[in-house]
Design a protein around this ligand. Structure first.
Ligand code: COA
Length: 279
């Protein structure tokens, strides 16, 4: 089946030095998420996930926006016109790629270069780390046009920041800038836009130096244990490490060897040299 070329254009990506730079690519529409974009993003994530030349995925936006949330015309109005089947279909496509991203094989970084609204909080939370331009704007704008923050946005706000802040943010629809987003916990850090890509590249490089099996096990563990009791978490972590060992049983042994026997690095100060791992 041939895909409409205007659908393919909604997402752009390049792979450089182990990093996949994926862009929302509808700058004229402030990168708002249409059904076409949602379908194409799933294809792109699918294509990149298990590629050997991709160790980290960065999600950013072309132009002045990261994403202005859901497309009010194409995602809401036009799909509603098709009845419940249209609405549920559009929801499946958007929620589908956010879920795929939450449990992605590779570590992911949201690089928020500009506007980030409403539905954009789904992919924001889906990324493992997030770095924003100080100049970026974050908002739960739903209240301003008469709906509640759906698509998980209300959940994301309460997951990332305090109850009072989330409530104020959602009820007033007031935006916060990148600096405040970092103070509130929406992102790890905010830096001036001019230095954003350099900072994200630096963090991606750190991740590329780590054991990839341990990275996947760790990112899943951090997401999973949040909802568990202490005992359940402890048990899950034992099982998850044992499962990870079935993919890579040599990495951690090499890590121990390079510290204890070879004395070539200190785990407290950096990662072991994984290029020397015995297989
Ligand atoms: N849905 C549909 N179209 C959108 C959109 C969205 N979420 N966000 C932007 N656009 C469109 C505008 O309609 C406009 O289209 P046009 O050129 O055909 O008129 C184009 O993108 C540019 O938007 P504009 O509003 O002129 O850009 P701006 O830079 O002045 O303002 C925003 C940027 C993000 C503040 C503003 O576009 C906005 O408020 N967008 C809606 C945010 C929102 O509430 N999202 C929904 C969350 S679920």
């Amino acid at each position: 089946m041939t895909i409409d070329p205007t659908e393919l254009e909604t997402v752009a990506f390049t792979v450089e030095d182990g990093v996949a730079w994926v862009k929302f690519n509808r700058p004229d529409k402030r990168n708002c998420m249409s059904p076409k974009l949602n379908r194409q993003m799933m294809r792109v994530l699918d294509e990149l996930e298990f590629r050997d030349d991709v160790g980290v995925l960065v999600l950013t936006g072309e132009g002045t926006a990261w994403t202005a949330g859901m497309d009010l015309k194409e995602y809401f109005r036009e799909t509603e016109a098709q009845g419940l089947r249209g609405t549920r279909g559009a929801q499946r496509e958007s929620y589908g790629w956010w879920a795929r991203l939450r449990w992605y094989q590779k570590p992911t970084i949201a690089m928020i270069n500009g506007w980030c609204f409403g539905g954009g909080y789904g992919p924001l939370f889906a990324c493992d780390l997030a770095f924003a331009a100080e100049e970026a704007h974050f908002g739960l704008s739903e209240i301003n046009w008469g709906i509640l923050p759906g698509g998980g946005a209300a959940k994301v706000a309460t997951e990332l920041t305090s109850f009072r802040k989330a409530m104020y943010h959602a009820l007033t629809g007031e935006n916060i800038d990148g600096k405040t987003a970092a103070e509130w916990g929406f992102v790890n850090e905010a830096v001036p836009l001019s230095g954003l890509k350099a900072r994200v590249s630096e963090v991606a490089k750190v991740l590329l130096g780590k054991n990839p099996v341990a990275l996947k096990a760790t990112k899943d563990a951090i997401r999973r244990v949040r909802e568990m009791t202490y005992d359940n978490a402890q048990d899950y972590l034992i099982r998850a490490q044992e499962a990870a060992n079935s993919y890579d049983n040599d990495g951690r042994k090499e890590g121990i060897k390079q510290f204890i026997d070879d004395k070539t690095y200190k785990p407290g100060l950096g990662a072991y040299d994984k290029t020397k791992a015995t297989k």
